[in-house]
Design a protein around this ligand. Structure first.
Ligand code: SAM
Length: 369
């Protein structure tokens, strides 16, 4: 187990380096050193039940340190930009002392925190999903009944209230309310069909209702859960933090309903009964790899069953920004059942995209509406 923990620390340090977070890299590196000399970190994680790499043990430790900084631990807060501080390489020895201190003082709280897996809600993914929502809205001309599985805190259920700045081959495409607290910037590279006909997004996308599910929903009205969500965004990544806070401010106006449920049963319940006058859009982003074979089968079977009975006034859509397995490429696609296109419906593959929603490569044969 000791070797596995060391491997997990090494892998996470390298990942933080590559992803541009010197602070998190050094927090993880210092936890690793503390672990090696049998300090408080060894006491907390030695004998970890499970796979330390898959369970993201180093990130759980880093998340706890950030959570304490955000909660007002002054010794740590001075290193975190998220708390108004700053971290430089020369601060490493002082950071080591602050980390050791917080884990010693808050050992019981750390044990509780380490039980939960890192859980983010990446609003950048809305900059990919938007194209799917827009296409569906234009094709069906109905308000969308949004149902998101694996919604986390449910922030992407408010995608229509974000402002988008999309860099395309032809120039910048803007969408949404420019006074929104949240502007998402992404790149959409277009295939030939898109270039021949400039892509036009639906001017306004009407939403009939919003609801999600998650095995571990984040309740943004609970101050501890809200802070925990923030603690998973690395403390020296101010742009990501600003995006999260802006999205929270939008969601605060009408906090989303996120059911605590396994996607398998929940999807069936949401798509079988569809109210007339709205298009039911079941969607997800980076959730499929987390599902087991039986859950995937249950969801596919639910769609197959629902597809037998679709009428034009209550169409059904399955929109995915997802991959098959963790680490594989994500892809934006949707399948649409109108009641007039048979039980197979119509599948539209838009193209591969970055898992955090930074860019989308639109397929050559995608024909936008
Ligand atoms: C990588 S996160 C993505 C969250 C959100 N979709 C986003 O794009 O920010 C995966 C989410 O799927 C949830 N999840 C995993 N297995 C699930 C299941 N069987 N049923 C419902 N939610 C699940 C996790 O709790 C987590 O919130």
């Amino acid at each position: 187990m000791t070797d596995k923990l060391r491997t997990a620390f090494d892998a996470q340090e390298n990942a933080c380096d590559m992803l541009g977070s010197p602070l998190t890299r050094d927090v993880v590196g210092l936890c690793h050193e503390n672990f090696n000399r049998g300090g408080i970190i060894a006491k907390l994680v030695r004998g970890w039940q499970g796979d330390p790499l898959n369970d993201n043990v180093p990130l759980r430790l880093a998340g706890f340190a950030h959570y304490q900084a955000l909660s007002g631990d002054e010794n740590l807060a001075r290193f975190y930009e998220s708390c108004g501080g700053l971290y430089q390489a020369a601060d490493r020895p002082d950071l080591a002392i602050a980390l050791d201190g917080v884990f010693q003082r808050e050992e019981a709280a750390a044990r509780r925190f380490l039980r939960s897996a890192p859980q983010t809600n990446e609003t950048g993914r809305a900059a990919m999903l938007l194209l799917g929502f827009s296409e569906v809205s234009k094709r069906l001309g109905l308000p969308l009944r949004l149902r998101e599985m694996g919604a986390s805190a449910g922030l992407n259920l408010f995608f229509d209230q974000f402002h988008y700045r999309l860099a395309m081959d032809e120039g910048t495409l803007l969408w949404g309310d420019e006074t929104s607290p949240l502007t998402l910037a992404a790149t959409w590279r277009g295939g030939p069909n898109v270039r021949a006909t400039p892509l036009q997004l639906s001017e306004k996308i009407d939403i009939a209702s919003r609801r999600g599910c998650d095995l571990f929903p984040v309740n943004i009205q609970n101050p501890q859960e809200r802070l925990k969500l923030q603690s998973w965004v690395w403390g020296d990544m101010p742009a990501r933090r600003a995006r999260l806070l802006a999205a929270l401010a939008i969601a605060d106006k009408a906090p989303p309903e996120i059911d605590r449920a396994d996607a398998a049963g929940w999807v069936a319940a949401q798509i079988m009964q569809r109210p007339k006058g709205a298009a039911t859009v079941l969607y997800h982003s980076i959730v499929w790899p987390y599902l087991g074979v039986s859950q995937r089968f249950a969801i596919e079977s639910a769609f197959a069953q629902a597809a037998e009975d679709v009428r034009p006034d209550a169409p059904l859509v399955w929109l995915k920004m997802d991959g098959r397995e963790l680490g594989t490429i994500a892809r934006l696609s949707y399948r649409l059942w109108t009641g007039e296109n048979g039980p197979e419906g119509e599948e539209v593959i838009i193209g591969p995209c970055h898992p955090h929603g930074e860019d989308l490569e639109i397929n050559d044969d995608f024909n936008p509406v």
